[in-house]
Write a new protein. Structure first.
Length: 428
């Protein structure tokens, strides 16, 4: 039905995504010229210097370069978002959320040296994405908001409420806690295999408990294989974590990285030795990819999705929501995840990771059912014939007259035989 995509190391794709940086450099030069009171080389007449204002949207400066009209002055307060649909296109550009994002973007544009943080700010702002996951990017947005706007931003987004682990699953994880805390790997493995065999005998291999045990067995088999994690390839981390997701999404119709009808979310993975700039670049790219996926799913009335980012054994699950009234995407951290590389913290890591992954499964499965239902409805609509009101019906039902109601119909003997022959043919 759907898929959750995973992107590995791909230089061509990364260069294509980074090409936006080359595209914005001419705009940066224009803004630098405007701030320093210089005229644009493409403008034949000397123009008045435009003073940078922290409350003026960025497109005002471009209007000053390519038009002889005077740039607009301080904009009035923007109406409440409840009236958004009543505004014209120009008024929508000034709407508070998009306006603030453009201010944030413009402040990064005019810097002399654009570092990886400024590049992320520019790309996310132009994509209408509010990143509340990464502290520095979050602060770059909040610094342009007053207290009322900060409260409003928090109010428009509430993390999804996901079901907790089943009691049977929680009891099993609790049963291995004491053995794990003292580092007794053999006892933990023995308890895991015994419980797994019980599930097989009970024919409950599709239960949440069995899926949790399968994930734990896989993680236990990898303990001792993470000593050289900084030197291992990206595909190694992908293979180890993807196996866990295969257990979680088994029998759901959601498959890993295949050509399917609808893409539900995109997940990123990198090895542990990547730089800080690469980590932020991965997060920024993943947010933009998922915003594009969510934008496509809006035709199925889907407004929210979840995705993951992984750096070696450490990852986090986040939610991305389309806020229609504000015309922005808001990304918020749901929880962090850690695949245990040792036995001591196994219980805490498994409890957090299983709750996160089964919540992830619940969210995507619900989305897949919703999308599938919409697709089926659309198929039915396409198959329905369009009636022509000008065409008279083939038959009309008229009320029987009083004589017809009283007079019984006499069936001839030959006619009755013909009807019986038809009936007999149908039975054969």
């Amino acid at each position: 039905m759907g898929k959750y995509s995973n992107y590995g190391k791909n230089n061509v794709q990364r260069e294509a995504m980074d090409s936006l940086g080359a595209a914005v450099r001419p705009m940066k030069e224009i803004l630098d010229a405007l701030v320093h009171g210089e005229s644009s080389p493409s403008t034949p007449q000397q123009q008045q210097p435009i003073q940078m204002s922290p409350t003026t949207p960025i497109h005002h400066y471009f209007a000053g370069v390519f038009s002889s009209s005077t740039p607009p002055q301080e904009e009035p307060e923007i109406p409440s978002h409840k009236n958004f649909n009543e505004l014209n296109v120009e008024a929508q550009l000034y709407f508070i959320s998009y306006k603030k994002l453009m201010i944030c973007c413009s402040s990064a544009f005019v810097k002399n040296d654009l570092d990886y943080l400024n590049n992320a700010i520019i790309k996310l702002s132009l994509s209408r994405i509010v990143n509340l996951i990464e502290p520095k990017l979050k602060q770059s947005i909040l610094s342009h908001l007053n207290n009322t706007e900060k409260e409003r931003l928090q109010d428009i987004f509430t993390p999804p409420s996901l079901p907790q682990l089943e009691e049977e699953t929680q009891r099993f994880l609790l049963s291995i806690k004491s053995a794990a805390e003292i580092g007794d790997l053999d006892t933990v493995l023995s308890l895991t295999l015994e419980r797994k065999l019980e599930c097989v005998k009970a024919r409950s291999t599709s239960s949440q408990l069995y899926q949790c045990i399968s994930c734990l067995h896989h993680i236990l088999s990898l303990i001792g294989s993470w000593d050289q994690e900084a030197k291992e390839s990206e595909i190694t981390f992908y293979r180890r974590s993807a196996t866990i997701l295969d257990y979680i999404f088994k029998n759901t119709g959601i498959i890993l990285n295949e050509n399917t009808t609808v893409e539900l979310s995109s997940n990123e993975r990198k090895r542990s030795s990547v730089s800080e700039s690469m980590k932020l670049q991965q997060q920024s790219k993943n947010l933009r990819v998922n915003s594009a996926i969510l934008n496509d799913m809006r035709k199925y009335d889907v407004q929210e999705t979840m995705a993951m980012d992984w750096i070696a054994c450490f990852g986090y699950l986040y939610s991305l929501k389309w806020v229609a009234a504000e015309e922005i995407y808001v990304a918020t951290l749901f929880t962090d995840i850690h695949v245990s590389t040792g036995i001591t913290l196994l219980y805490d890591d498994m409890l957090r990771m299983m709750a996160a992954l089964f919540g992830f499964k619940h969210m995507l499965s619900s989305t897949a059912r919703k999308v599938k239902g919409k697709i089926q409805k659309n198929k039915r609509k396409r198959k329905l014939p369009i009636p022509n009101e000008d065409t008279p019906p083939l038959a009309t039902l008229a009320a029987a007259t009083e004589d017809q109601q009283k007079r019984p119909r006499i069936i001839k003997e030959d006619e009755d035989d013909d009807n019986n022959d038809e009936f007999n043919n149908l039975q054969q």
